[in-house]
Ligand binder design. Structure first.
Ligand code: C2E
Ligand code: CA
Ligand code: CA
Length: 524
């Protein structure tokens, strides 16, 4: 039993642990998936904005056509019209010759520029000045725009940083970190750029590459034919409510599943035992054993009756004890069926003996619910009539618990009216009180086995058996003492004045076929 429990406990722990590990994995998977989704959305939104900006720049550059001149009015109009453009001017032989502000930029020589061929087939130049990105068209006009503006107003707050790369040159145009990331993640990002960028640049069918490290989600998204936006998001900067919701639902579902499984499992087990009992009643795996009771008055221990004790043998040969399955039958509402089966068996088994020996009786044990209606009274009455027995040959054994239940009173009265005898079982263990003894007027009192055991010892409890017998004598009842196992106990009970003895010293409960009664019993 202990081993079985330990194995179930270990199994349960393994299941729980697996569930926890599984939940953690699912949680991580879903969190990563969710993170990716957020970063993807942010990157895409951002790259759409960058594309818009680029489109705007090329629209402006397309309007700046030869003859090349320093047309301040045109420049100002364009800047007014396209809010992202900060400056427009002319560059000749790599030297800025004119711009809107006509200030410090004039006569500046641009050394650090890159060239690329745009989709119109023309060669453009670009360079950075602080946060300003500048692109010049083949005619020598340039436009400047402010990258910071983009970051502050367009990039989502969760975006940790981004870089913009020219697709043809593979050069980084602009780089911005809002949230610092680990050096190792920075290295991963660089490696990602190096490995994937060219592929992304060449392969027109792929528009997105994503990569997940422990802390950071990277994305490379093409904006248009000219550039690639590499953005990344640090997991710490994504609000947790956006990420964990889905995984929590899964955890909750999993937990709920385990809980309901446990509840169902318990219910199912409970049902199984109940169903077993139902089929045991049907298939007659239930049988009766009879323990003879002997007369202590004449010194010859003559058998004067039997106690009927129910037995349940499982298919595998094991027995289930009645003090286990009788309460189970009560809990499961099977008492009526079980008692009906027991009474049928008792009369079938014992009627030949009882008919032959009218002085013999059978004690039948009863549970509280048996007395809630007149069913039992009717059944006993019918059987007594059917087998032509005397009602006094039937003794109903009731515990004090049964007697004190208010619903039982009518049934008990009806039993007595029918001439069936009443016995108080396990006397001395319940709320024994003299008042109900007087009211009930029982025919038999069975003193519980524990008093016999105590009578073996010394001290005050050893006196209880004698005191109980003495008390019972006042009610003119037949006094039975249960559980007598030794000759000393038998002698003691005899001496104390008990009328009837029951116990292993004389007989153990046996099947009717094994009842080996002395010849004297056969005499009427
Ligand atoms: P109980 O009514 O007190 O029955 C007496 C119990 O004491 C029986 O146990 C019997 O086998 C056992 N017994 C008899 N002599 C001795 C002895 O010398 N020493 C010891 N140690 N035990 C002895 P059993 O058959 O296991 O029944 C246990 C209980 O289950 C019964 O206690 C009774 O409350 C209940 N029960 C048994 N059969 C039925 C039945 O047909 N219907 C109902 N409702 N309850 C039953
Ligand atoms: Ca009994
Ligand atoms: Ca008893």
């Amino acid at each position: 039993m202990l081993l079985k429990h330990s194995i179930s406990l270990i199994l349960l722990s393994i299941i729980m642990l697996s569930c926890i590990l599984f939940t953690i994995e699912v949680d991580k998977y879903l969190t990563d998936k969710q993170l990716n989704k957020i970063v993807d959305r942010n990157s895409r939104d951002f790259s759409v904005q960058v594309k818009k900006l680029h489109d705007e720049i090329y629209v402006v550059l397309a309007q700046l056509i030869p003859p090349v001149r320093c047309d301040a009015e045109l420049f100002e109009n364009l800047i007014y019209q396209y809010k992202h453009i900060k400056n427009i001017g002319v560059i000749k032989d790599d030297v800025i010759t004119c711009d809107v502000y006509q200030g410090k930029l004039l006569e500046t020589k641009v050394n650090d520029y890159h060239s690329f061929t745009y989709e119109d087939g023309e060669t453009y130049k670009y360079w950075m000045r602080d946060e300003y990105m500048t692109i010049a068209n083949p005619h020598g006009y340039f436009v400047e725009y402010d990258m910071n503006y983009y970051l502050d107003f367009i990039a989502s707050a969760e975006l940790s940083g981004f870089s913009i790369f020219g697709r043809q040159t593979l050069k980084q145009w602009f780089d911005f970190d809002r949230h610092k990331i680990d050096q190792k993640d920075k290295e991963k990002l660089n490696a990602l750029m190096a490995n994937k960028f060219e592929q992304l640049n060449k392969d027109d069918s792929r528009s997105k590459i994503e990569y997940l490290s422990d802390d950071v989600v990277f994305h490379l998204v093409k904006t248009d034919k000219g550039s690639v936006v590499a953005s990344y998001t640090h997991k710490d900067y994504i609000p947790s409510w956006q990420v964990v919701r889905l995984s929590h639902i899964v955890s909750a579902l999993l937990f709920g599943f385990i809980l309901s499984f446990a509840i169902l499992y318990r219910f199912y087990r409970g049902r199984t035992l109940k169903q077993l009992l139902v089929s045991a009643i049907k298939s007659k795996d239930i049988y009766m054993a009879y323990q003879p009771l002997v007369d202590l008055n004449n010194g010859n221990y003559q058998v004067i009756g039997f106690e009927a004790l129910v037995r349940w043998q499982l298919k595998n040969g094991d027995h289930i004890r009645p003090d286990i399955f009788i309460p189970l039958a009560e809990e499961s509402g099977l008492t009526k069926k079980l008692t009906a089966c027991i009474i049928e068996l008792i009369f079938k088994d014992l009627h030949p003996i009882l008919l032959k020996n009218p002085a013999l009786y059978v004690g039948i044990n009863i549970t509280p619910t048996d007395l809630h209606d007149m069913h039992l009274v009717d059944q006993l009455h019918d059987n007594i009539k059917k087998y032509h027995l005397s009602p006094s040959q039937v003794v109903v054994e009731l515990t004090e618990r049964v007697i004190t239940s208010p619903q039982a009173q009518d049934s008990i009265k009806a039993l007595q009216r029918a001439g069936i005898r009443i016995s108080i079982d396990d006397f001395g263990t319940g709320a024994s009180n003299v008042k109900y003894l007087a009211e009930l007027d029982p025919d038999v009192i069975k003193i519980d086995r524990s008093f016999v055991v105590w009578s073996d010892g010394e001290g005050p409890t050893s006196q209880l058996l004698g005191k109980l017998i003495e008390m019972c004598k006042e009610f003119e009842v037949k006094i039975v003492v249960e559980g007598i196992e030794t000759i000393e106990q038998a002698n003691r009970c005899e001496k104390l004045g008990a009328d009837v003895g029951q116990g292993y010293y004389w007989y153990k409960p046996v099947k009717v076929s094994e009842l080996n009664l002395p010849k004297t019993e056969d005499k009427p």
